[in-house]
Design a protein around this ligand. Structure first.
Ligand SMILES: *Cc1c(COP(=O)(O)O)cnc(C)c1O
Length: 430
């Protein structure tokens, strides 16, 4: 490419950045490579550290140091109030009422707990419909959860697979499968955004189809929360769970969260695993016999929460408070569109498909993540990216995933990424 063209392209990318008001890049710490800011495209794996995270965590350490256990009850921000303050800020990110959100545990733990309440097999109505090749932890969760309830996973789980030669599952295929099993399905359990392909599913339609078939519906939102617009309450979803360390930037091993639709909050017939932190608040510390749940999603809580982890989440949610998910998701989708168009440019110049985009091309079916399949093996390309300070993700045997996070990545960074990709393709694949 001649210099002029390159200059125009960079200028285009910079224009896109200038036009876009959503960036909060200055509020994050950007990892460095050789003394310069690295290109970090792994917000789908571990979101970057908000600048204010340290101050929030330090404050808890300080309170602990100076007041010990009194930190739960005393001071301007007693730890006991953290949960409700944070749930109120997290709820709009997923389209929930504050009372429908509980912040606790890790994602996989929460899925097990929610399955206790919301997988209710009754006679022949005992099937679980889910996506084939779901994230491994979700597969292990289902498999072991069913076994400990005395059920054989191979008889219960119905997996919906992508069409031959495709990484994505068509909506028609999902809805068909639900309809076909309308006499035997107890639960539809699905991912909001698939971790491998980046496919965003129409959760509203899936929820409706599940309910029409007489089943409940739950979503794993690990790759959806903070990435795409969610309206869990309005879509009438029964339950959902997500981690807060991916697009929600609450730090490694961050405390996770769950959604329980309000219609269940007073339902005393639901099974659940309980602990004292889910016990009704006004009498919790009377330590009485017999479990009485809080009448909100918090009634699914068990253990003393960690104010340290809550503090890191608070730092992150402070940023989300001033950006709507509509704006953020729109920018994320614009970023993945831009990235896909530049990748197509590499294929066009090469005169053949070197990089196949696995992520759906339709903007309504993806968030910010783009998954690239390398027809001739992409490992040297991935290694090259790492060497020049680009953080991307490698999935055996031939996929590179990148996620430009709209809060802190820029269009210019995407342009630079594709320049590096093109260099690497020329070096190793052409
Ligand atoms: C990241 C991810 C997980 C991780 O679960 P943890 O319990 O937080 O380790 C689970 N499921 C999906 C779909 C994920 O993307």
């Amino acid at each position: 490419m001649v210099d002029m063209e390159l200059k125009t392209e960079v200028a285009d990318a910079r224009n896109l950045d200038a036009r876009n008001g959503v960036s909060r890049r200055d509020r994050f710490l950007i990892p460095e490579h050789n003394g310069e800011q690295a290109l970090y495209f792994l917000g789908n794996s571990l979101g970057l550290q908000p600048r204010n995270a340290r101050a929030h965590v330090d404050k808890v350490l300080q309170t602990w140091a100076t007041t010990g256990v009194e930190g739960f009850f005393r001071g301007a921000e007693p730890w006991l109030q953290f949960h409700d303050t944070l749930a109120a800020k997290l709820a709009p990110v997923v389209g929930a009422q504050p009372a429908e959100v509980v912040i606790m545990n890790g994602l996989t733990v929460n899925l097990h707990l929610l399955m206790v309440s919301f997988y209710q097999p009754r006679g022949a109505r005992n099937k679980i419909i889910c996506e084939a090749k779901a994230f491994p932890s979700d597969q292990y969760m289902l498999e072991t959860h069913l076994r400990q309830r005395g059920l054989d996973p191979s008889e219960i789980i119905v997996e919906v697979t992508p069409a031959e030669g495709s990484a994505t599952i068509t909506e028609a295929h999902i809805l068909d499968c639900i309809h076909q099993h309308r006499d035997s399905v107890a639960l539809v359990f699905w991912g909001g955004v698939n971790y491998y392909s980046g496919q965003l599913f129409d959760m509203e339609n899936i929820a409706r189809a599940a309910h029409e078939a007489g089943a409940l519906v739950g979503f794993d939102l690990a790759h959806a929360a903070g990435n795409v617009v969610l309206r869990l309450h309005q879509w009438d979803v029964d339950f959902a769970a997500w981690c807060n360390y991916k697009y929600l930037n609450a730090g490694p091993g961050a405390v996770a969260a769950a959604f329980v639709h309000e219609r269940y909050h007073q339902d005393a017939t639901l099974q659940r695993m309980a602990g004292w932190w889910g016990y009704q608040k006004d009498t919790r510390f009377k330590m009485q016999k017999g479990f009485v749940p809080v009448q909100s999603a918090e009634g699914w809580g068990l253990s003393t929460p960690s104010p340290l982890l809550f503090a890191a989440l608070a730092a992150s949610l402070e940023i989300f408070e001033y950006v709507s998910m509509e704006e953020l998701a729109a920018k994320g989708q614009e970023m993945s569109s831009y990235l896909i168009s530049l990748i197509e440019g590499i294929n066009t110049s090469a005169g053949r498909t070197i990089i196949q985009v696995l992520t759906p091309l339709g903007v309504e079916s993806r968030g910010c993540q783009v998954s690239m399949l390398f027809q001739q093996g992409g490992l040297p390309v991935f290694e090259y990216l790492s060497q020049v300070g680009i953080y991307a993700d490698w999935r055996e045997p031939d996929v590179i995933r990148v996620a430009p996070a709209p809060l802190y990545n820029t269009f210019e960074e995407i342009w630079l990424l594709v320049q590096a990709l093109e260099q690497a393709c020329k070096k190793f694949l052409l």
